[in-house]
Design a protein around this ligand. Structure first.
Ligand code: ATP
Length: 330
């Protein structure tokens, strides 16, 4: 089933939280809503869930108008950031709760709960109460609970953000593999670009209530459409057309006010006593070092393999990899 959102706008009083949102989510697709705090991603997820109203536009699921269906009857699975398990219920009872509400036979509930406990690899923990589980385990129970009713759509609101880095990375892979296996269309909110780039089929990059760009992780990274996306996803140096000309690149006809977005890995750096660049800082990142270069008053980010052979203050020359950079809207 496909979710189709057209021209959707939402206001809180006079404040416009969502501005003309157009978005389709296909069968089995994993879509991430990515953007900074306050850009409207949670609002969009809550509108889709039916927990918030909207003023204009339409939202259809498999041809059915969602505006006519209450949150409860949409049958969507929702997982929130904070552990929202029922504290007095065991893991198994939490997972079976939705089925119990729907008055499914007891044997069916216990079979389904067992299946889901296995899916999230918590067979040994069926009888634990939430406080007896780690954060990662609690979120796995929350995911199993959301999946119990075979939702038409799975909605995840920053489900990993309260977990430590290692657990988070493990759960990313787990959630993604589970979603692929089950083929449930999924929308996940995150402000973490790495999470979005590693998990999503498509990333929806949002800013100030608008969609800036929708694309595969590779498209969003390699061909950001706007200045915002170039800046927010990964690191970029943004050069004016006049500055870019110094590197032998010119904007497409009629787009003189475009900016040239350069990834640090596209900038080659070489020590040269006679050159115009000055190394301002070097940050060791393990496999590479990030080098900030003062280039005729402009700061340009470059990258070297491991540690460079020069230090801060060194004179360096910069050049671009063939095909480096993209022109973006200012
Ligand atoms: P975060 O990552 O911080 O959760 P977000 O992108 O999910 O941010 P939203 O929670 O969707 O952002 O909020 C979008 C905007 O709408 C914010 O400016 C917020 O202050 C505003 N907003 C959210 N809920 C309400 C509300 N109930 N009443 C008024 N304004 C609200």
């Amino acid at each position: 089933m496909t979710l189709d959102i057209r021209g959707l706008s939402k206001f809180y009083g006079t404040f416009q939280a969502l501005n003309e949102i157009d978005l389709s989510v296909g069968d089995s697709e994993f879509v991430c809503l990515l953007g900074p705090s306050g850009c409207g991603k949670t609002t969009l997820l809550r509108v889709i869930a039916g927990l918030e109203s909207f003023e204009t536009g339409e939202m259809m699921l498999g041809g059915r108008d969602l505006a006519t269906i209450g949150a409860r009857d949409r049958g969507f699975g929702i997982v929130f950031q904070s552990y929202s398990l029922f504290p007095q219920m065991t893991a198994a009872q939490n997972i079976g709760y939705g089925l119990k509400l729907r008055q499914r036979p007891r044997a069916e509930i216990s079979a389904r709960v067992e299946e889901l406990l296995a899916l999230v690899r918590l067979e040994q923990f069926a009888d634990r109460l939430p406080w007896q589980l780690s954060g990662g385990q609690q979120q796995r129970v929350a995911i199993a609970r959301a999946l119990a009713v075979q939702p038409a759509l799975l909605l995840l609101d920053e489900p990993l953000s309260a977990l430590d880095a290692r657990v988070r990375a493990g759960l990313r892979t787990e959630i993604r593999q589970m979603q692929k296996r089950l083929g449930i269309p999924t929308i996940m909110v995150t402000h973490d670009q790495e999470e979005a780039l590693t998990m999503a089929d498509r990333v929806v990059c949002m800013s100030a209530g608008r969609i800036e760009q929708i694309g595969s992780p590779a498209e969003i990274y390699a061909r950001p459409a706007t200045r915002f996306v170039a800046d927010f996803v990964g690191s970029s140096t943004l050069l004016s057309a006049a500055r870019a000309a110094g590197f032998g690149v010119t904007p497409p006809p009629g787009q003189g006010d475009s900016l040239f977005a350069l990834r640090p890995e596209d900038v080659l750096i070489r020590e040269d006593a006679a050159a115009a660049g000055r190394v301002r800082s070097i940050t060791f990142l393990g496999n590479v070092s990030r080098v900030e270069v003062d280039w005729q008053g402009e700061t340009i980010l470059a990258e070297t393999h491991r540690l460079p052979g020069f230090g801060e203050g060194a004179s360096v020359d910069l050049s671009l990899q063939p095909g480096a950079g993209v022109w973006v809207q200012p």
